[in-house]
Design a protein around this ligand. Structure first.
Ligand code: 2P0
Length: 328
């Protein structure tokens, strides 16, 4: 049986993104619709490269990550995603998925975003689904919400939308942005974002205010991007990240992702601003800190923060893309 008008195999590459206006909470778990819109920068580092190959004889999907065969929840998440693809394509065929991450998995560097963006891109090519960016973004969203944004190059807004059709990411005009990633801890986080989001939505007394204020921050951020106002983009970024961590910490039981070193980085960034270097901190569901800077300031900021962990200056990266067949 053939899979639509696809090929037997395809390889795609996608990069993680760091949100400046964060996604934290879903209003529909099945369709993966977010409680509010968000906005991010796709990076030019830490890519995931994924090859998907149909296996007409297999009864189950297989998934290999960084050379290791996966089982349990990691495999079933990929397989459930492929079930959705197969349902849309009208294909029963199972697949072998081989993925390589250039960032440590689970360390808060959004490997699920680059992972599902690459998988959605490769799977759409192989199973013959639509390959325009909006369709890829909608599909990637079903694997991991933030993956919707990694389809898009540079700065992306993910619309909360009214339903499946309208909840996808698209590019936003913005000034040139860069980040200094300060990796303070590479260990796997204790509570997954998915779990912690559910907990925040169910138990934080601040959750409703978080959702309302995120829509306001997003509107302000979009205006700041249009006006190419780096200072305003940075201020919103830092205060929105602190609000997200406040909501997470206010859950019951509380979850705390920031470590004393993360807080020390936030403080060092405030000190940099007092010395006239414009830098702004953000952090995802882990202790690592991403510092938003103008590209020209990245080397000096990286040098200033090198004492806190491994530092890496990154810029705006490309959207998800298929690689030529011989690049796999
Ligand atoms: C974000 N994060 O906007 C936020 C900020 C982490 C902190 O999106 O359940 O892996 O797969 O949709 O996308 C991480 O959560 O969660 C995330 P699911 P996801 O980048």
């Amino acid at each position: 049986m053939s899979a639509g008008d696809g090929a037997a195999a395809a390889t795609a590459r996608a990069h993680p993104n760091i949100a400046l206006v964060k996604y934290w909470g879903k209003r529909d778990e099945e369709l993966m619709l977010p409680a509010a819109g968000s906005l991010s920068l796709t990076l030019d580092a830490f890519a995931t490269t994924t090859e998907l190959r149909l296996d007409p004889d297999a009864a189950e999907d297989r998934f290999e990550l960084n050379g290791e065969p996966q089982s349990g929840e990691r495999l079933s998440r990929v397989s459930r995603f492929l079930d959705l693809v197969r349902e849309r394509a009208g294909s029963p065929l199972r697949a072998v998925v081989r993925s390589r991450n250039e960032a440590p998995t689970g360390a808060g560097l959004a490997s699920s975003a680059s992972g599902f963006a690459a998988l959605a891109t490769a799977a759409s090519a192989v199973y013959g689904l639509p390959q325009d960016p909006a369709s890829l973004s909608r599909l990637a969203r079903r694997g991991s919400g933030s993956a919707a944004r990694s389809i898009v190059p540079g700065v992306a807004v993910w619309h909360a939308g009214d339903g499946d059709d309208s909840s996808f990411a698209e590019a936003v005009d913005a000034p040139e942005l860069a980040m200094v990633i300060v990796t303070v801890d590479e260990r796997q986080k204790a509570v997954s974002s998915r779990e912690a989001m559910r907990l925040s939505a169910r138990t934080s007394p601040f959750y409703a205010g978080w959702v309302t204020s995120t829509e306001e921050s997003l509107a302000e951020m979009l205006q700041a991007c249009r006006e190419r106002d780096f200072t305003r983009i940075g201020r919103i970024t830092e205060s929105h990240a602190l609000r997200m961590h406040a909501v997470i910490q206010s859950s019951e039981p509380p979850v705390r992702y920031l470590s004393p070193t993360s807080i020390a980085v936030f403080d060092a960034v405030v000190a940099l601003r007092e010395r006239g270097v414009e830098a702004y901190s953000t952090a995802d569901a882990g202790p690592n800190v991403a510092v938003l800077v103008r590209p020209g300031d990245a080397p000096a900021v990286a040098e200033a923060l090198a004492g806190f962990g491994r530092v890496r200056a990154v810029g705006a990266g490309p959207g998800a893309a298929l690689l030529p067949a011989d690049a796999a």
